[in-house]
Structure formats: C-alpha cells, structure tokens
Design a protein. Sequence first.
Length: 397
Amino acid sequence: MLAARRPGDEGLELCEDSEAEEDEGKGRREEMAQPRISGFQFVTLAFWYTVGTSTLLLPANYGRQDTWLSILIAAAAALLALVVWFSLGGRFPGKTPFGYAKDIFGPVFGTLIGVVYLLYFTHLSSLVLRNVTEMYATSILTRTPPVVFVGTMALLSAWIVRAGLEPLARTGELLVPFLGIGMPVLIALAFATPGLTHFEFLLPVLERGMTPVLRQALCLLAFPFGELVVFLFIAPATAHPERAGRLLAVAVVAGAAALVFVFIRNLVTVGPNELVRLSFPSLTTIREIMLGQFLQRIEVLGILQWTAGSFVKLALTHYAAVLGAVEVFSLEDPRPVAVPLAFLISVLCIAGYNNLPEMVEFAARAFPIYAPVVQIVLPLVMLVASWLRGRTAKQGT
C-alpha cells in the first residue's frame, strides 16, 4: 500500500529539490577553479600562450635590429611583474582576482574591477582571433571569407572552454613535442639554407641609442609578456598554486629565448627594413627556406604551429572571460556563457578593425598604453591596498 502523504511533505520535497539544485549550481560554479592541471601542463600552456601569436607578429617597428635587446628587457620586466601578481595571489589562496577584488575593495568596486578584466579578456580574445584570421585571409586562403575562420576558431574555443580547463591543458601537453621539435627545426633550416642569412644585419648595435629599444620593450611587455596575467586567474586551478609563480617564470624565460632566436632568424633573413614592413615576417622567412630541390615550401609547419598556439591562447583568454562573467553576474553554471561570449568575441573581431594595417597600428600604438594598466598597474594597486588593509587590521587588534 502507498503511504499517505502528510501535510507539508510537498513543501519539504520542494525545499530539498531547491537545495539540491543550489548545491549543483555551486558545484558547477566552483568546477572551473578546482585543482585539475599539473605543473608541467601549466608551464606548457604558458609557453604556448607566450609564443603562440608573438612568433608570427613579433613587433620590431621601434627597435629594428636591436629588438632582441628589447625582448630581454621586456622579459626581465615581466619577471618583476610576476612578483607582484603572485604576491597578490598568495594573500588570497584559492581565489582568482575576480574574487579577491571584492575582498579588498568591497562588492561595488570589486565588481567594477571584475568588469574591467572581463572587458579586457573579451577584447584580447578578439585580437588573438583577428591575428590568426588575418594570417589565413591575407597570406594562405585568400579567397575564403574571413568569417569562416572566425566562426570556426570561435566555436572550437567555446567547445573546449565548456569542457573545462583540463582538456585544454592536455591539448597543450600533447602539442609540446610538435612545438619543441618544429620551432628549432625551422630556425635551423633557415640558417642552413645557402645564401639565405646575412648576419651583418645584426649590426650596428644600438645605432639609435637606448630610447627606441626601451620603447620597443614597452610594446613587448604589453604583448606578449604582460598578457601572461591571465595565469593569475588560472593559478588556483593548478595542483600546487603556491608553485605557480616559479612555473610561470620558467615559461617566461623559455618564451623569451624562443622569441630571441625567432627574431634573429627573421632579421638575418629579410633585413631590418623588410622586417618592419612585413605583416608576417616569420611566414615570409619560412617560405624562403630551400635545401636542394626536395626541401622547400615547408611553411605549412609554421602555419600549423601558429594555428595551434593561437587556439591555445584564444581558449585561455576566452576561459578567463567566462570566469569573469560568472563572477560579475553571479551565475551558477559557467558553461552556458561560453557560446554567447564566443559570439561577442567574433563580432568584435570582425567589426573592430577595417583591415590588417589598422589592427597593426592599434597593436603598436594604443595597446601598449592601456594594456599595462590592466596587466600590471591594477594588480599592483590591489596588492598595496590588501597590504594596507591587513596592516590596519593588525594595528586595530
């Protein structure tokens, strides 16, 4: 026989169901920040992120043949920025900047800071997407509408962001042999091609003094090294967050070394004048590689490398934007946000710039001005504010 229902049983069931749904939503919300990736995966993601698009679009408009010095200066400045980032992160273990901004400045100003980072990562995602789109649309598949590349990459990014950070980390890990072998091989083949390289292009050193070198270093600090601030948002998802700063330092040093070798290869191949003029100097350099009659037209290796690196970088910035949307709008399930954000990123990518020169002009002049504010100044302000609040609390007790 069926047991008789007592008055209030339905209310209890509804209450239990709502609590279960709330717990499930909370679990989904916390899922993206749970420790899931290893230290090695963290380093590989950071390395891919550093060299993914920068080896394709390495700027040298100010430093010219001395840009290799600018790379080293920017990398040193990035290591100092790491001290700020992870000194801040160490004061709030287990939280991202979206979370501890509210702890430092309160819910209103903390939410405003979250909005700033949400807009930054959304815009940065559109820039990364536009970079790889321009490579395909202007140099490879010139008759294919750009919207095809934009839509394909954006949907793939949304798919892996919905799946979570762990599949993306595994993807980066699987691609390590390809990058670890492919990049040195392409550099070595350029140097081995008879008559291709001219090391006199490295001279004279500091022809125009240190000012252009420092100006170029500021550009390189904004792109690509300052963009590594995204890993401050990903560090809580590592197995050992306390080691994230040291691991990221390894990626910065390795990325800087890779950029120096790539820049020197491009410089001694095309010369400083062409290097400044070309939109994709690495692609042009690789197309010039020719050993005998059998090893030529190997730019497909570089294209695959840049496509993979751009995808990893796009997915990471997209992931950070999703984290921001979850925090800012107090959402319970982050996964449904991935596709709408991908659509927004695609719209910004297409509508943001009329052509490639306009995008390059923005990246060279405007981005190095506003990006360091978000990448370095804002974390430094949060670090100082958190230190002052902690000192005030200690004096009060």
